[in-house]
Design a protein around this ligand. Structure first.
Ligand SMILES: N[C@@H](CCC(=O)N[C@@H](CS)C(=O)NCC(=O)O)C(=O)O
Length: 258
């Protein structure tokens, strides 16, 4: 029995926050999922299964309208929605499935607090932990804009592009300043704040798939600006080279490096 079971579409850098951290804490994580378009055929549940048409009919009561990142119908059981009232993935289950943990940062925290080496990457004092939490909260705000930007599709416009550019400049500017004071984002040791940084940039690297849409609208890609933050760029590329990060993020590295 694993410490944590995660249901998600794959690949998903938000899931990798937890799997990267588990390499330090020793938490055992089971990841169940499929390519994004296939998740409409899955029953979202602790006992997630891929369904055929007969399975969908048998689980008609679980049929719900998708909200974010998916369109049409998704199959979420009542138990899934009790575990995660927001109904999104990645969704995690702990304690034999009786408790749901949602939001990828929270799932990552559980990975940091589980396993033989726990707590890992989560500070040695309450103050250090609160400081790491501050970076995680700021990263979630940044990530919310990334999500809107990369899911915009044909709705992408100059206004949304400007919001993304502003959020990117604010976040990267702050981290560039922080890295002027110490080696890692929140202090002198690797922490969860470094992990979320790299994983959300990996998510943002999906911008590379928007090249035609951006060009058609006369908008420039934003992620290549990472190079204009030299300490941050060096930090991120160094972490991408670490085996603990590369195991999950190797496929994203060339897009982040630019
Ligand atoms: N901030 C959340 C984002 C999760 C999220 O928004 N997931 C979307 C897919 S990108 C989802 O599961 N949508 C389900 C739906 O459309 O009902 C996290 O980091 O875990």
């Amino acid at each position: 029995m694993s410490d944590i079971r995660i249901i998600s579409y794959l690949p998903n850098p938000r899931v990798y926050k937890a799997t990267i951290v588990a390499r330090y804490s020793g938490a055992s994580i089971e990841v169940i999922g499929d390519a994004p378009p296939e998740m409409v055929h899955w029953l979202w549940d602790y006992d997630a299964i891929k369904m055929d048409d007969a399975g969908k009919e048998a689980n008609a009561a679980a049929r719900r309208t998708a909200k974010t990142g998916f369109t049409g119908a998704l199959y979420k059981t009542d138990a899934f929605l009790q575990a995660n009232p927001f109904g999104d993935i990645p969704a995690a289950f702990a304690e034999d499935g009786s408790t749901g943990i949602f939001e990828s940062n929270a799932i990552m925290r559980l990975a940091a607090l589980s396993g033989p080496n726990a707590p890992a990457l989560y500070g040695d004092t309450n103050v250090a932990r609160a400081r790491i939490d501050g970076f995680l909260d700021k990263t979630l705000l940044f990530a919310d804009v990334i999500q809107k930007y990369i899911l915009a599709g044909a709705d992408l416009d100059a206004n949304l592009h400007e919001q993304m550019a502003q959020a990117f400049a604010n976040y990267c500017g702050a981290l560039e300043a922080a890295l002027g004071h110490h080696e890692y984002v929140s202090g002198d040791a690797l922490s969860l704040s470094d992990v979320v940084l790299v994983c959300e940039l990996a998510l943002m690297s999906n911008e590379s798939r928007m090249a035609a849409e951006l060009a058609a609208k006369g908008l420039a890609p934003i992620l290549p600006d990472l190079k204009t933050y030299p300490r941050l760029y060096a930090h991120v590329t160094r972490l991408l080279d670490e085996a603990t990060f590369a195991a999950d993020l190797a496929g994203y590295a060339k897009y982040i490096r630019g």
